[in-house]
Design a protein around this ligand. Structure first.
Ligand code: BG6
Length: 483
């Protein structure tokens, strides 16, 4: 739509940044923390860039006060972070670790002291390894009970101070990469049947925990964060428009419809059943999914890029089990689902060094689509640019590319708000530099540079503000008017 005037961002808008426990905390075995699936997975040779781990990460565990003081200096209104299940219940379903609760109490209290609204992600991919060993983790329905007990422990302990909860981070990513491409734990490749089953368990874990939260705190705000990659039909050939519809049902609505409506898209279910896959459900599941859907308050969106979608013949390209983790532009491969769609490189868009398309308008597309389809408020729970940054003499970092990227996205987000989308928050990924799961420490996202490379032993971990830090500070101060 075109509007002569812009209303701008609402006064209550939550400007923020996001992180995840495994990617920043370090202190991998301190104060009773248990071993997570990621602690173990990164030790398999060849899984991560230069065999990097989160053992030390950026040592947020010991430096969180310094980091949160910097957030306050930037003017952040919200800080989205995740809690490590292994700090709270080290073996997943046994005793609660008081020291784990105390660590997050300290983070939450520190945020509140500065007027920063804590936004908590219950699960950002780091599952207790003990549950994997006990019964196969997400593959076993038992995980639903254990997850809900863990989540409820958080709600009961922190619910008096935390008003924004995200149950799951990118369920679509951890299930696909865990059971289809083998790039995340448990590293299974093309186990389609288990992929859909695991995903259903995650849906039920989400749904039951929403109900538990709302029983205790009816006014708490809750949603899940979905990695939304909007698709554009390659051209106006009807078959490519149908390929986009297939892509949406299987890659986007397959998750968002569950969060918002409590049901799977019909065509997607028909398709997977025709391939001999029947999701095992318990008698009450559909009812519980609907009850939870009626209670969620927002759709969390992690937006990074869009995809071009073209029909893929039955003998066409399959899913890729490799991605560009080196930052050598142009090394990503085309992938798709034979008989349905493939994702050719979009010639109209620039790409990052890791071959992610750069498409600011995509963030507006996400908001428009969610508003039309679900009529839900939106929390942009992640958006950012992974880039090589250079620490220069005088400890300065000039990152005009990051400023340009974020500014362009925020301009589009502002238009989405003018379009009538109810956007509550915008969290950049990330605040400080942190570990990029598969890409080591060279793919940087932060406003604050952390002085470390892949090697833990030489890491100084000093924090230095990049140019983008000051830029975001001004955006927040002016509530986006200066964009
Ligand atoms: C999202 C995740 O997928 O994107 C983050 O929620 C992740 O945890 C971010 O770090 C960027 O991805 P990457 O692979 O560049 O680190």
């Amino acid at each position: 739509m075109y509007f002569k005037e812009s209303n701008g961002f609402p006064e209550t808008f939550l400007w923020g940044s996001a992180s995840a426990a495994y990617q920043i905390e370090g202190a991998a075995s301190e104060d009773g923390k248990g071993v997570s699936n990621w602690d173990q997975f990164v030790r398999i040779p060849g899984k991560t860039f230069k065999a990097t781990t989160g053992d030390l990460a950026v040592d947020h565990y010991h430096r969180f006060k310094e980091d949160i003081a910097l957030m306050a200096e930037a003017g952040l209104k919200t800080y989205r972070f995740s809690i490590a299940w292994t700090r709270i219940i080290p073996d997943g379903n046994g005793e609660v670790n008081e020291k784990g609760l105390a660590f997050y109490d300290a983070i939450i209290d520190e945020c509140i002291q500065y007027g920063i609204e804590p936004m908590v992600t219950v699960y950002h991919w780091d599952m207790p390894q003990a549950l994997q060993d006990q019964y196969g983790g997400w593959e076993n329905r038992q995980i639903v009970k254990d997850y809900v007990r863990y989540a409820t422990t958080l709600f009961e302990h922190f619910g008096d101070r935390v008003h924004y909860w995200i149950t799951m981070n990118e369920q679509n990513v951890f299930t696909s990469l865990g059971w289809l491409t083998g790039m995340h734990p448990p590293g299974k490749v093309m186990d389609q049947k288990m992929f859909y089953q695991v995903n259903h368990h995650a849906n039920m874990a989400h749904a039951y925990s929403v109900l538990e939260l709302k029983k205790r705190y009816p006014d708490a705000h809750v949603g899940a964060s979905f990695a939304y990659t909007p698709g554009y039909a390659w051209d106006c050939k009807p078959i490519n428009a149908m390929a986009k519809a297939d892509y949406d049902d299987l890659q986007n609505y397959f998750w968002m419809d569950v969060y918002a409506y409590g049901r799977y898209p019909k065509a997607a279910i028909r398709y997977i059943e025709s391939n001999g896959i029947h999701i095992q459900m318990e008698a009450e599941d559909q009812k519980i999914m609907k009850q939870a859907a009626a209670l969620i308050d927002f759709m969390g969106v992690n937006y990074y890029q869009t995809a071009a979608i073209e029909y893929n013949p039955i003998d066409g390209v399959g899913m890729s089990t490799e991605v560009n983790t080196t930052g050598k532009k142009g090394t990503a491969k085309e992938e798709g689902i034979p008989g349905l769609y493939k994702k050719p490189s979009n010639p109209y868009l620039e790409k990052t060094d890791w071959d992610w398309t750069i498409d600011p308008m995509g963030i507006r597309m996400c908001c428009r689509d969610i508003t039309s389809r679900y009529d839900l408020p939106i929390v942009i729970s992640e958006n950012g640019l992974g880039a090589f940054d250079k620490l220069e003499e005088g400890n300065v970092i000039h990152d005009p590319y990051r400023i340009a990227f974020l500014e362009a996205h925020l301009k589009e987000l502002k238009k989405a708000i003018d379009d009538g989308c109810d956007v509550w928050a915008y969290c950049t990924w990330s605040f400080t530099d942190l570990l990029s799961w598969l890409n080591g420490y060279q793919k940087r996202y932060g406003f604050v540079y952390v002085d470390r490379e892949e090697d833990d032993t030489t890491a100084k971990l000093n924090r230095y503000k990049k140019d983008s830090f000051y830029w975001y500070q001004n955006v927040i101060k002016t509530n986006g008017k200066d964009l």
